[in-house]
Design a protein around this ligand. Structure first.
Ligand code: BJ8
Length: 422
């Protein structure tokens, strides 16, 4: 038994089933990433992380647990990692992006639930993901109905804390979110046995802000006419940001950015001049959901921006670092997180403003509005988004998809036709 298998076995995973996943992932990874030409050399780090995604990072998390530390699993970018790191614990993203996990979720959830929820529940209940096994506690949130109910099912299997996210953005909602963050702090303190002090929280606010800044810097190079990096590579990096050690991730991403800066100076591009620039907006693309980027970027276009949780929503806006009491820090956290514009809010005009602004900044020729099947929130908001884009004269294509490959050919045809007409 190799080291990884020993670790997975110790975690109580279903090894036989998990081996099936391990067999298909390298192929998918090779097809999407390694087949690209002229990739930046600094992608080596991310390649390594993904190639051994169920090995390297899980082993680090287990090391942390052996020293008495706790690991918290999260599912939404409204959940402030800062609180968790301030208690000397580790936060790790748990959203599932593979069809492999969906049938496991369908055993307990209605079929017409979005694949992200089904995959996340299936990964836990089928015992086929080490991250889901390692996390000592899950932090859920009251965003969409599907997730809210899924927490009740997951909560029977693992300690679960649910944050009550307001769905409007009035001053009283921001205050309520600050109080929820305070409650999270109390829960995390109790669970870890570690105190969150203003000093510790100040440090973790900087830690996570630095990660955001590195991602913002990475994205900034995609605004160039010459694209120094592909959309698929940036997506993979954004996905890794949810799992990796934040300080190391920041360091490695800044290293990549140095290389990209040089590429921009040298006029290096990963696509031929005149390649159409596509921006994506919509539901998140959890790892290893690389389907759309792959289709778009092998259909003669390039993805230059994602207005998604695996994209700009994750890193835009910093937490104010100047506050030095816990009370002020909670308020600063609430203010930053409530600037995220998710379709679970009403009204949510801020998201439309973001999309129009980003389309300009990234010089998008067209926008693809992506909806994960059965996500009612983004599907409904799609009407307003697409109307605003049409009014602004920006071509838009609305698509709905899931994690299966059954619609890949049809999507390719529609996307190719869309790119053709840009
Ligand atoms: S901030 S998008 S991570 S809630 S796709 S599970 S909404 S049915 S993931 Fe999300 Fe936070 Fe919003 Fe982002 Fe439900 Fe829709 Fe599925 Fe979704």
């Amino acid at each position: 038994m190799d080291n990884n298998h020993k670790m997975w076995s110790d975690l109580g995973m279903n090894l036989e089933l998990h081996d099936q996943l391990c067999e298909v992932l390298p192929q998918a990874f090779g097809d999407v990433f390694l087949s690209q030409e002229n990739r930046p050399e600094s992608m080596d780090y991310y390649n390594m992380v993904v190639a051994d995604i169920h090995g390297i990072r899980p082993a680090e998390l287990i090391e942390h647990q052996k020293k008495g530390g706790k690991v918290f699993g999260t599912f939404c970018i409204y959940v402030p990692d800062e609180i968790i790191f301030a208690a000397d614990a580790i936060a790790t993203g748990l959203c599932g992006g593979s069809q492999f996990w969906v049938p496991g979720g369908e055993k307990v959830l209605p079929t017409n639930t979005c694949p992200l929820i089904k995959a996340s529940v299936g990964a836990r209940l089928d015992r086929t993901c080490p991250f889901f096994r390692i996390a000592d506690m899950y932090i859920g949130e009251t965003t969409c109905d599907g997730k809210k109910k899924a927490w009740e099912i997951l909560g029977e299997d693992v300690p679960m804390h649910v944050m009550d996210l307001p769905q409007m953005k009035r001053a009283k909602d921001i205050k309520a979110w600050a109080e929820e963050i305070e409650t999270l702090k109390d829960t995390v303190e109790e669970f870890t046995g570690n105190k969150v002090t203003a000093k510790k929280l100040g440090e973790s606010i900087k830690l996570i802000n630095n990660k955001r800044k590195a991602l913002e810097r990475l994205y900034s190079y995609r605004k160039n006419e010459n694209l120094p990096i592909s959309g698929a590579d940036v997506l993979m990096i954004s996905q890794i940001a949810f799992y990796d050690d934040p300080a190391r991730f920041t360091q490695m991403t800044n290293k990549l950015c140095d290389e990209l800066e040089q590429r921009v100076k040298d006029g290096v591009s990963v696509v031929p001049a005149g390649t159409k620039r596509i921006m994506l907006t919509g539901t998140p693309l959890a790892i290893p959901n690389w389907k759309l980027h792959h289709i778009i970027e092998t259909s003669g276009a390039a993805v230059v921006c994602e207005e998604m949780c695996t994209g700009t929503r994750y890193f835009e806006n910093q937490v104010d670092e100047t506050k030095d009491t816990l009370k002020e820090q909670m308020q600063a956290l609430a203010e930053r997180y409530m600037q995220i514009n998710c379709a679970c809010f009403t009204p949510n005009e801020g998201r439309i403003d973001d999309i129009l602004r980003l389309a300009k900044e990234y010089k998008a020729d067209g926008i693809i509005d992506v909806n994960l099947k059965f996500c009612n929130l983004y599907d409904t908001e799609g009407f307003l988004v697409e109307r605003a884009l049409k009014d602004a004269g920006i071509p838009v294509l609305g698509i709905e998809t899931d994690y299966t490959d059954s619609d890949a050919q049809q999507l390719r045809t529609r996307i190719s036709a869309f790119v053709e007409m840009l």
